[in-house]
Design a protein around this ligand. Structure first.
Ligand code: ADP
Ligand code: ADP
Length: 229
């Protein structure tokens, strides 16, 4: 069964006004467990809009948004928030780590909020940090870490509560090409190791080609980009 199913998603802004814009015009996608899908789109095509709808942060005008087989597109806010916290991890171009806390604490805190015991949360944080090569940095605050290290900590935080679905918007877009390459490898290791379903937006076609499938957002619909790996 698909972890994420978007079917016929329509979304626009400023409905009924002269500056009305239709962004999504029937976008559909299925992402299964263990499947990593690249989302490639020119700026302004609606990539963030699509990721926000898939992440239950925004509602579509029409269409189905299923997470783990449950239609949540128009579910009450509480059900959407609960599903988002339990099932979805987010990664952005910028890390958004809490600056006053250490790397480990940034990964422990969301677990405590989720009802995990401190001991289990600490062990999981350490396991995550070690798996992306920043175990020795666990006691450092973000400001004391390099950009690539900060972003790897952000990956760990996104997976802290063991989501089934990972949504990422240009996860290495803020890094130089060499660091981006290395950090992307760490992300893929995490995602593959945990059998996650992932939808990862990127402008980098070399990174996109390392995923299982490449989709292009074209005129409001998702089309197979036909990239062979
Ligand atoms: P991308 O992430 O691909 O750059 P977005 O999803 O951010 O694209 O935006 C798609 C289009 O929708 C753009 O033309 C943008 O200006 C417009 N848009 C996005 N959010 C809003 C909003 N809240 N109100 C009005 N227009 C918006
Ligand atoms: P928390 O559990 O910290 O209160 P939420 O349940 O509100 O967080 O959101 C879960 C995740 O969704 C957050 O980690 C954040 O990355 C992302 N998120 C929440 N609101 C927004 C938003 N308005 N724009 C982008 N991302 C958001």
């Amino acid at each position: 069964e698909a972890v994420l199913r978007l079917d016929g998603i329509e979304k626009g802004y400023n409905h009924g006004k002269p500056n009305e814009i239709r962004v999504l015009r029937g976008a559909s996608v299925l992402v299964h467990p263990g499947e990593v899908v690249a989302l490639v789109a020119p700026s302004g095509a609606g990539k963030s809009t699509l990721l926000h709808i898939a992440g239950l942060l925004d509602t579509p005008d029409a269409g189905v948004v299923e997470i783990g087989g449950v239609d949540l597109g128009r579910a009450p806010d509480r059900a959407r928030t609960t599903a988002r916290r339990a099932q979805i991890g987010f990664i952005y171009q910028f890390h958004h780590l809490l600056p006053e806390f250490t790397a480990a604490e940034n990964i422990i805190l969301p677990q405590l909020a989720h009802g995990i015991s401190r001991g289990a949360a600490e062990a999981h944080a350490q396991e995550l940090l070690e798996s992306v090569g920043v175990g020795p940095r666990s006691g450092h605050r973000p400001a004391a870490m390099s950009g690539g290290e900060q972003q790897r900590v952000a990956f760990c935080r996104a997976l802290a509560n063991r989501p089934a679905l990972l949504l990422a918007d240009e996860p290495t877009g803020n890094l130089d090409p060499e660091t981006s390459e290395r950090v992307f490898g760490a992300l893929m290791g995490l995602v593959r190791g945990r059998g996650l379903a992932a939808l990862i937006a990127t402008h980098n076609m070399e990174l996109a080609a390392r995923m299982d499938r490449v989709l292009r957002l074209d005129n409001g619909v998702l089309v197979d980009a036909g990239v062979t790996t």
